[in-house]
Ligand binder design. Sequence first.
Ligand code: C5P
Length: 320
Amino acid sequence: MMVIAARNPLRVRAAAKINLHLGVGRVRADGFHPLDTVYQAISVHDDLTVGGFAVHHLEDDLRGDLGPRVHLDLRLADHLEGSDVPSGTDNLVHRAVALLEAHHGRDLPVDLILEKAIPVAGGMAGGSADAAAALVAVDRWHSLETSDEELLALAADLGSDIPFALVGGTARGLGRGEVVTPIADAGTWWWVVVPSAEGLSTPAVYRHFDALHPDAPREPPSAATLLAALATREPLRLARALHNDLSEPAIDLRPELGVLIERGESLGALRGLVSGSGPTVVFLCESSDGAKVVAEGLRSSGEAIVLIATGPVAGAHLVI
Ligand code: C5P
C-alpha cells in the first residue's frame, strides 16, 4: 500500500573530518587505543534527507523489525562510483535509528535519502557523519527533543568519532576519541583532498600500529604543539605541527601513499598528511590559489579524484 506524505522534508548536512593531530597510545584492554587528537570538520559533506517524499512505502513499515522501518535510499556522488557502501542494516544510519528507538522506547519509521560525497572507508569518518546526521534528522523529524548531552552519549555508543561529527568545527578528542572539547579556530584552512579508489580498514591500520609499536606509551602523544600552532593562524606553522601516528602503518600497508604525499609537497603543498587511518591523503595549502595549483598538478599527474576543501565547518546541522 502507498500513501501520500504531507510534510516537507528535512535535510541534515554532515561534514567529513580530518585529524590535524592524531596521537595514539598503547592498545587498552577493551581493544581501543587511547587518543589525543585534534579533529577538523571540512567542507566535503554528505546530506541526509528525511521524510516528505511523494510516495511513502507503508508496506515496509509494517514488516516489523528495525531494518524495514528505515527506508534508506543511497545516492553516490560521481567520484564515489563503485564504492562499497553498506546498504543494509550494517549501515551506521540504521544503527543510529535503532539506538534512538531504544532510547525513547518507541518505533521511529523514516524514509531517508543519503547523498554521499565523503570518501568511503577513507579515514574521513564518512559513516560517522551519516550516523550523526541520522541522530539529528530523526530527532527533529519525530520531534523527540533529545538533549545535546543525550545525543552525544548515543553518538559515543555508536562510534568513537561520531560525537565529533555532531560538534564539528575544530575540537580536541580524548579517551578513544569520543570525549570532545571544541577549540577556538578563527582560521580558514585550505585543503586538497585525494581519496584512494580502494578503502583501508581502520582496525587493520590500528593493528599494524600495534605490530610496529608494541612499546607505544600508555599516554598518547600530546596535541599541545598542534594547538599552539593552530592559534597562530599561520598555515606554515600549522603545516609543521601536523602529526599522525597512523601515518606510518597506513603508508607501510599502502606505500603509494608516501609517493603521493611527496608529489603533492613538490607541487607546493605546505604539508601532506594521511587523514586518520587513511587512505585519503590531505594537503594543507597556503591559500585558495595554492590549493588550485596543487590540485591541478595532481590531476595532471594522473590522480583521478582531487577535491578542494576548507575547514573548519559546522557539525551535523539542518539545512532545510
Ligand atoms: O569506534 P569505532 O567503531 O569507530 O572504531 C572502529 C575500530 O577502530 C575499533 O573497533 C578499533 O579496532 C579501532 N579503534 C581503536 N581505537 C580508537 C578508535 C578506533 O583501536 N580510539
